[in-house]
Write a protein of this length. Structure first.
Length: 217
């Protein structure tokens, strides 16, 4: 499963990239606002940190203007993936962009039927938001299960990019269900590393090593 980092914080991306945990990056207008930086500049910097897909979202609501915004965004770098919302205009834009080889991430997906439409529109990635489902008392991972079944039934090439990830269990469940990609905030990715028994094991090994009176090198 590919790991994308859901942030526009370039310091965080650089830090995680050093450990090989960054296969791509997703941003959205809220994350750009949070970064406090100019949209095109921060996306360009991110594209230089990772060779993987970097999602940059259009903000227009109509197809014609989405295409104009996409033209600006895809000139930033070859690894820019254009993010469009799951609306009829977003699907039209998806179809047009993927038809000429541009990666498209269809976002704000909340139903398997929406995901089916995105695949038919040629989406590179579909972003079902599991956390926002959980936030209103539904089980977001059942959405992933349904999409995986439908995509496998018809051998769609669209990659399932599990988004709105809130905690490590979302990532575990996504991997068990066979999602292609997950995108998570840096702190959630870091939570995957930690286990109290690992910390306890290191402590015990070092205590016993200290008793040997030896050093390495
Ligand atoms: O960036 C897309 C998605 O991961 C955002 O999730 O619900 O944390 O805003 P959320």
């Amino acid at each position: 499963m590919k790991f994308f980092v859901d942030t526009a914080d370039t310091a965080e991306i650089r830090d995680l990239a050093e450990s090989g945990l960054v296969d791509g990056v997703t941003t959205n207008p809220s994350l750009i606002h949070k970064s406090g930086r100019k949209f095109l500049e921060v996306v360009e910097e991110i594209c230089g940190i990772t060779p993987g897909p970097v999602s940059a979202e259009v903000v227009a609501l109509d197809h014609e203007t989405m295409m104009k915004e996409a033209e600006v965004l895809r000139k930033i770098a070859d690894n820019v993936a254009i993010k469009v919302p799951l609306t009829i205009d977003g699907l039209k834009t998806c179809k047009a962009l993927t038809s000429d080889g541009t990666m498209v991430n269809v976002t704000l997906c909340f139903s398997a039927n929406q995901a089916l439409l995105a695949a038919k529109a040629g989406a590179t990635f579909i972003s079902p938001f599991v956390g926002r489902h959980d936030d209103i008392g539904f089980d977001g991972m059942r959405l992933i299960e349904d999409i995986r079944l439908i995509y496998d039934n018809y051998m769609f090439d669209t990659e399932i990019l599990v988004a709105s990830v809130r905690h490590p269990v979302h990532i575990l469940e996504a991997a068990k269900l066979g999602a292609d990609v997950m995108t998570a905030p840096p702190q959630v990715i870091r939570q995957l590393i930690k286990h109290p028994l690992t910390d306890k094991g290191i402590e015990g090994f070092l205590a016993d090593w200290g008793k040997t009176g030896q050093t390495i090198g």
